[in-house]
Design a binder for this molecule. Sequence first.
Ligand SMILES: Cc1cc2nc3c(=O)[nH]c(=O)nc-3n(C[C@H](O)[C@H](O)[C@H](O)COP(=O)(O)O)c2cc1C
Length: 209
Amino acid sequence: MVNELKPPVTVALTGASGAQYGLRLIECLVAAEHEVWVMISKAAHLVIETETPVSLPARPERLVAALTDMSGARAGQIRCFAREDWMAPVASGSGAPASMVICPCSTGTLSAVATGASNNLIERAADVALKERRQLIMVPRETPFSAIHLEHMLSLTRMGAVILPAAPGFYHQPSCLNDLIDFIVARILNQLGIEHRLMPRWGETPLGD
Ligand SMILES: Cc1cc2nc3c(=O)[nH]c(=O)nc-3n(C[C@H](O)[C@H](O)[C@H](O)COP(=O)(O)O)c2cc1C
C-alpha cells in the first residue's frame, strides 16, 4: 500500500543567488514524503539558469513535470502556481499550508513582504502566512546588508518570521559544494520539524560513526 503524503509545505524560490538551496530543499521535502507547493519568481528562473545546469519551464503544468522528474516525486506530490494565480490556495488563509519557506529570498522579496506589498503570489502567500501567524522561514542572501535589508529583517522577525540567512558554517568540514548546501537545508528542515540525515546535530556523533 502506498503511504499517504504528509501535509504540504510551500516553497518559493526568488531571485537571490543560491538557487541550489531551494532545489535541494524541494528534493528533501519530497524524500520526506511531504506534498510540496512551489512558486518560482521570474528572476529566480534566471538565477537557476545562471547557477545550475537546469533550465525550468515557467508554465505551472510543465514546471510540475520538470520538478517531479528532477526530485523523484510521486504523481501529485508537487503542485506549482503561477505568478498571478490569485485563486491558488496559498493566496488565502483558508487554503495555505502551515509552513512556507522562501529560499533563496531576494532583498526585493524581503522588502515586499516586510511592507505587505503582495504584488505577486509569492508575496501574497508570505503575507497570508504572517497574518495567519503561520510559519514563515526566509533565507536571504546578500552581502553586505544595507540598513534597509537589516531593518526589514528585524521587522519580519518581530512579525514572527524566521530569518535564516544562507550563511553555511564550516565546522562540519565540508568537502564539496553539496555539504555547504545541505548545511542550510538541514537548518530549514530543523525549523520545519522534519527528520533528516543530512548532517549530524550539534553534539551528535558524525553520521556513519
Ligand atoms: C544571477 C543573479 C544573481 C542575483 N543575486 C542576488 C542576490 O544574491 N541577492 C539579491 O537580493 N538579489 C539578487 N539578484 C537580483 C534579484 O534577482 C532582483 O532584485 C529581482 O528583482 C528579485 O526579484 P524577485 O524577488 O521577484 O525574485 C540577482 C539577480 C541575478 C540575475
